[in-house]
Design a protein around this ligand. Structure first.
Ligand code: ZN
Ligand code: ZN
Length: 303
């Protein structure tokens, strides 16, 4: 049994502290056989990591002391295998990229609990706004939520300006684990929205208490699980498109090597019918002159 822990924490750090923390995180991860991706920067830390439950607990309590974290909210889920191959720490300007490094959350701002969120959904008076990307929204979202059809989070500020959502409306914002909303909240306040609330701990926290209620579909996650179900278990229906990395359920037979592969409907409408980027490249080359021999393609796929 592997435990998966998602976590973020905004805390001002100096460049020197960031570099030192990176070293210690790497040492700790190696000692405890923890895997995953950690983003750290001058504004704090953001990660999803995985490991056996006992070692992950050691890692969490070490980090809490090491960074002097106050009431850290670790969001845990479980899987049968690691959703990461390795452990990596990346130093970033922003630990979630809104494209506005000056907007740094200074503590909790208008968080509401899953219970309060659920009640507000039932009341049905507020605008529910999904701050995530289009491919995440596509496989699951809160019923009646609107979204900005964005490919990346840094598009959010401009889309908000153009949205026409009345400034006096109550707006409920949410994302996967909460970090994007911390920044979206500040941006919304800057643009004059006063009655904004964010779902504490995001969809992952809501599903823990209210599976199969306000949220419909599955929740996309940025690791090899692709998505989690209403019970926070790894998805069984979605895999990543070999060409664009978006979730898809569509299996195709490769037009080049005949192996099965996952190609999302967006890529299919672009005429892509190859099982992999490799085959797609060769198919493109082939349409010019050098169509690779099928045996060659088979060798590449080790069959
Ligand atoms: Zn695709
Ligand atoms: Zn192929």
């Amino acid at each position: 049994m592997i435990q998966i822990c998602a976590f973020y924490y905004f805390k001002p750090l100096t460049a020197q502290e960031v570099a030192q923390l990176k070293l210690e995180l790497e040492q700790m991860a190696e000692a405890q056989s923890v895997r995953g991706l950690v983003l750290i920067g001058r504004e704090g830390i953001n990660f999803t990591i995985s490991g056996p439950p006992t070692t992950l607990e050691i890692f969490k309590s070490w980090l809490t002391t090491r960074m002097n974290l106050k009431n850290p909210e670790f969001k845990d889920s479980f899987a049968e295998k690691h959703p990461f191959h390795v452990f990596r720490v990346k130093i970033k300007k922003e630990i979630v990229t809104l494209g506005k490094p000056d907007l740094v959350p200074q503590g909790p701002c208008n968080h509401i609990s899953p219970e309060e969120w659920h009640q507000k959904l039932l009341a049905g008076e507020a605008v529910v706004l999904d701050t995530r990307n289009d491919y995440e929204v596509e496989i699951g979202k809160f019923k009646d939520a609107i979204d900005f059809d964005i490919k990346e989070f840094h598009e959010f500020p401009k889309k908000l300006e153009e949205s026409g959502i009345a400034k006096e409306r109550e707006v409920l914002i949410y994302c996967t684990g909460g970090i994007r909303c911390e920044k979206a909240m500040l941006e919304m306040k800057n643009q004059g929205y006063e009655r904004v609330y964010q779902l504490d701990g995001g969809i992952l926290n809501y599903l823990k208490e209210y599976p199969r209620q306000g949220f419909e579909g599955e929740c996309f996650v940025f690791d090899y699980r692709v998505a989690v179900t209403q019970d926070l278990k790894p998805t069984e229906q979605y895999k990543l498109c070999a060409h664009c990395g978006q979730p898809s359920t569509t299996e195709v037979s490769c037009s080049l090597c005949t192996q099965p592969g996952i190609v999302c409907h967006h890529c299919q409408t672009q005429g892509i019918t190859a099982c992999s980027k490799n085959c797609a490249n060769h198919a493109r080359l082939g349409s010019n002159s050098r169509r690779p021999h099928l045996a060659e393609a088979r060798k590449r796929h080790r069959i």
